[in-house]
Design a protein around this ligand. Structure first.
Ligand SMILES: C[S@@+](CC[C@H](N)C(=O)[O-])C[C@H]1O[C@@H](n2cnc3c(N)ncnc32)[C@H](O)[C@@H]1O
Length: 795
């Protein structure tokens, strides 16, 4: 980079860019360090700070302002840095030995307290290489940090959220006591960057060279699986190549060709991680799919923006995919999925072969069906046994079990009673002929069972899709960080924040052991896991799992002991306990608000000032609270409603999604509240907008200045030798001149005809103000006037 951020429209609108300008920082990046330091306070205590990749110097400015006077602050970058008070800077590549020896020269025998690194290769056209390059740069920065940091030192680095992220975090955790990843508010949401703050450098006597060797650190590891469901659906582990990343993997607007989507093994992954399904003009196959009658307007619009797919859209899109797949003869399961384009070239099968295949697929379907039935029966039996144990089943019901097991209305029993079952067959591959005749139900599965199964799969897929989508949605992540969303997957990012001091202490003791951790796969880690497994379970996703289980056990043990105490404490305590147990209703303690996301240090009171009441419901509530007709206890009571304890067991996610939107009780609204809100809005509307106020202010200022000038001149006149009459006349004339309004010349009217038709810029030969007149507009205006006149006459 080296230069201050380019003043693009985006940059100009950015509030951090403006703030940086206002406060004299050389880059908006400065605020990232300000915010990181606000959260972790590492600069105040530092006496020696090294800034790697420091140009244009925003972070150095922050360090210079925040560190104690007399601190040694050294910055290095490929680009020269204009001098900054109290800072030493030099130009060098941080990966070079020259950089090391120069730093050594400046630090002499001192050890650094803080090493910060905000380096990034110039992010531009080759984003993917950049992401990998950045990870390597981070490792090099860490190498320097290890050489110069003293024990307990802090290393802060920018990391791109890429496939190498977990590997880097793993290495950091071997060398530092506390490792936390965080995204300061000034870092753009769309940016994949996050900052990792590594505290408590373990300062080993000897550093295993493999910790700083990109080849060892970034060796192929299985992709972290985002959630358990995804594991079920995608058991295959993806490998990435050492050369870099899968194409387009990290671009912000990822377009996937439709053919890839149709033939993909993992369509959900595509839907969750891409922005658009494209129909490239130059791809014959894609155009063929586009022209199919089943590819209707809706499908095209779903494909054009995958980020906004709703539940129904998602299902429709997947159904459409199934239909296209059926048309291409791509079987549902266990069928090799060849290139879509190759399907047409396949030689025609002879009759025997075709029958064999058909038979095989029928057997396959039958086997799957049997398996499903077995599973369902088992589940049903299990439920019945539970019901019986709970005394919910009358003995006569038990006899029914057998019939239920056989499915009274199922196909099997129908078969038993002599009814013929329908036969399943795969759609043959003759694409164009069949396309016209294919109907919805033909592609959908034949039996109710299969339909149900498809529904289940679609539900699961939808859950995965929303998971993946939310992982990409930075806003959602922020929400999750704030705890607005009931999903703890993102815990990973700042999950480490929960590591308490005890943990740090015990880790200290383990330091020497951990430093000998081998990077080789074969050696198990302390927990008995291989390095890959340890890296996998090291993801913050798994953090605290053991603790939670232990806590639960402890709670259970305590439960019996607590019963007596509860009775003594009375009904209030009991209800509180109940509400805690209930996952649906949670009374959030007051403090939870104040440390919202850890960034705001504003006090509770300050926050309250920002509350604006904009709905009649809120106003009703506010008035009730203000008039003390409602207490806090009433509000809590009202929080309980008939939906509060509704069981969610067995309900599909999409249903719950919808349900939570609509099952809120309607709050009463009072006349007074509506009137108060109306008054408020009136007052708001009556207030002149800022621009008008500014213009009025400017006008007043101009008038004042004018009057001051007149007064000055009048003073000169009064002290002159003129007679009193002449003086009065002269001053009067002057006042009249000052009061006289300047007549603005009328704008030149230019008719938009001939060469001027459709002209967007100034017409030739026209000076000063001008107005374009469209003859059609003129006619329309005249017509309107005429009509208005006629109407008046009639009245
Ligand atoms: C985002 S900017 C740093 C902004 C800086 N923190 C600030 O507050 O002004 C990234 C910098 O990394 C530098 N950089 C990239 N690769 C480098 C390398 N190998 N050695 C030194 N600097 C490098 C670039 O020159 C660029 O100035």
């Amino acid at each position: 980079m080296g230069k201050i951020e380019k003043k693009t429209a985006k940059g100009r609108l950015d509030k951090w860019y403006k703030l940086a300008k206002e406060q004299g920082y050389r880059s908006r990046a400065a605020f990232k360090l300000v915010q990181l330091n606000k959260k972790y306070n590492f600069l105040e205590k530092a006496r020696v700070v090294i800034d790697l990749c420091a140009a244009p110097g925003g972070w150095l400015q922050v360090a210079s302002k925040t560190c104690k006077p007399g601190s040694l602050i050294v910055g290095v970058d490929l680009a020269p840095i204009k001098p900054i008070p109290n800072c030493i800077t030099f130009v060098e590549d941080i990966t070079s030995d020259r950089c090391r020896s120069q730093l050594r020269g400046y630090l002499k025998t001192w050890k650094a307290d803080v090493v910060v690194h905000d380096g990034a290769p110039n992010v531009g056209a080759a984003w993917l290489q950049d992401a990998y390059g950045q990870a390597e740069l981070v490792l090099m920065a860490m190498k320097l940090a290890c050489e110069f940091l003293g024990p307990g030192g802090t290393f802060v680095t920018k990391v791109f959220r890429s496939k190498d992220y977990n590997n880097l975090i793993w290495v950091f955790k071997q060398l530092f006591n506390k490792v936390e990843a965080t995204k300061p508010p000034s870092s753009r949401n769309v940016s994949a960057e996050i900052f990792v703050v590594c505290r408590g450098y373990k300062a080993p006597h000897k550093l295993d060279p493999r910790f700083t060797d990109p080849k060892s650190v970034f060796e192929d590891v299985p992709e972290p699986t985002p959630n358990a469901e995804a594991k079920v659906f995608h058991p295959e582990k993806k490998k990435r190549s050492r050369e870099g990343y899968a194409e387009n993997d990290y671009t912000l607007h990822k377009v996937v060709p439709v053919v890839d989507f149709i033939r993909a093994d993992d369509p959900i992954n595509i839907l969750g991680t891409s922005a658009e399904i494209g129909f490239p003009e130059d791809d014959e196959e894609a155009q063929k799919i586009r022209k199919m009658s089943i590819t209707n307007e809706d499908v095209i619009s779903y494909c054009s923006d995958l980020q906004v797919l709703g539940k129904k859209d998602f299902r429709d899109l997947l159904r459409w995919r199934l239909k296209v797949r059926a048309l291409y003869g791509l079987g549902k399961k266990n069928k090799p999925e060849g290139e879509v384009a190759q399907v047409e070239e396949m030689p025609e099968m002879d009759e025997e072969e075709r029958l064999d295949q058909e038979l095989e697929s029928l057997n396959e379907v039958e086997r799957a069906k049997l398996k499903r039935e077995r599973r369902r029966n088992n589940e049903r039996k299990k439920k019945e046994i539970t019901r019986m144990q709970m005394g919910m089943e009358a003995p006569m019901d038990i006899g029914l079990e057998q019939i239920v097991g056989e499915e009274v209305f199922g196909l099997k029993s129908a078969e038993k009673h002599g009814l013929r079952t329908f036969e399943h067959s795969e759609m043959p591959a003759a694409v164009e002929d069949e396309e016209a005749t294919i109907e919805d139900d033909e592609v959908e599965l034949d039996s109710e069972d299969e339909k149900e199964n498809l529904e289940e799969e679609l539900d699961l897929m939808y859950a995965q899709y929303t998971d993946r989508k939310s992982e990409m949605d930075a806003k959602f992540r922020v929400k999750r960080l704030r705890g607005d969303v009931n999903d703890d997957e993102w815990e990973g990012l700042d999950g480490a924040a929960k590591a308490d001091s005890d943990e740090a202490e015990s880790e200290d003791e383990e330091t020497s052991e951990r430093l000998t951790t081998s990077l080789e796969d074969s050696g198990p880690t302390q927990s008995g896991l291989s390095r890959k497994a340890a890296l996998f379970f090291d993801q913050d996703l798994f953090e605290g799992v053991d603790e939670e289980e232990e806590e639960e056990e402890e709670e259970e043990e305590e439960q019996s002991g607590d019963d007596a105490a509860e009775e003594e404490a009375g009904p209030d305590a009991e209800s509180e306990e109940e509400s805690e147990d209930n996952n649906d209703i949670e009374i959030v303690p007051k403090e939870a608000d104040s440390d919202d996301d850890g960034w705001d240090s504003d006090s509770d009171n300050e926050k309250r000032e920002n509350i604006d009441i904009v709905t009649a419901e809120a106003m009703t509530l506010a008035q009730a609270i203000a008039s003390r007709s409602k207490s806090k206890a009433d509000l809590i009571d009202e929080g309980f409603n008939r939906w509060a304890f509704q069981s969610k067991d067995g309900l599909p996610d999409w249903f719950l999604d919808e349900e939570t939107k609509h099952n809120k009780p309607k709050r009463p609204v009072t006349k007074e509240a509506v009137a108060a809100l109306r008054e408020k809005m009136k007052a708001l509307n009556a207030r002149p907008i800022k621009k008008v106020l500014e213009a009025q202010g400017r006008k007043k200022l101009r008038a004042m200045k004018k009057m001051q000038r007149v007064a000055k001149k009048a003073e000169g006149i009064t002290s002159s030798d003129m007679t009193e009459g002449e003086k009065a006349k002269e001053i009067g004339r002057m006042m009249a001149r000052a009061m006289k309004k300047k007549v603005r010349p009328k704008p030149t009217i230019v008719v938009a005809r001939g060469a001027n038709r459709g002209l967007a810029s100034r017409p030739k030969g026209v000076k000063g103000r001008y107005r374009m007149l469209d003859p059609r507009m003129k006619k329309e205006l005249r017509a309107q006037k005429r009509i208005a006149k006629k109407k008046k006459k009639h009245h």
